[in-house]
Design a protein around this ligand. Sequence first.
Ligand SMILES: [Cu+2]
Length: 70
Amino acid sequence: MSVTSEYLVSGMHCHHCATSVTEEVSAVRGVTDVKVDLDSGQLIVISDSEIPFESIEAAVDEAGYRVASA
Ligand SMILES: [Cu+2]
């Protein structure tokens, strides 16, 4: 089973920001694919099970950005 979750990340300004977020969120256990749209700040997480919001929030925080909304 594959779960798709969408989040909004604030503070990303360039390709480097998007790469940082992608790397950190990709490292969260259970995550199989991550897509970041720099213009809209949209973060799409594909996982093989439901990932707790706190885990995504922590990973984005680790990258230096903030989840604006789920
Ligand atoms: Cu940047």
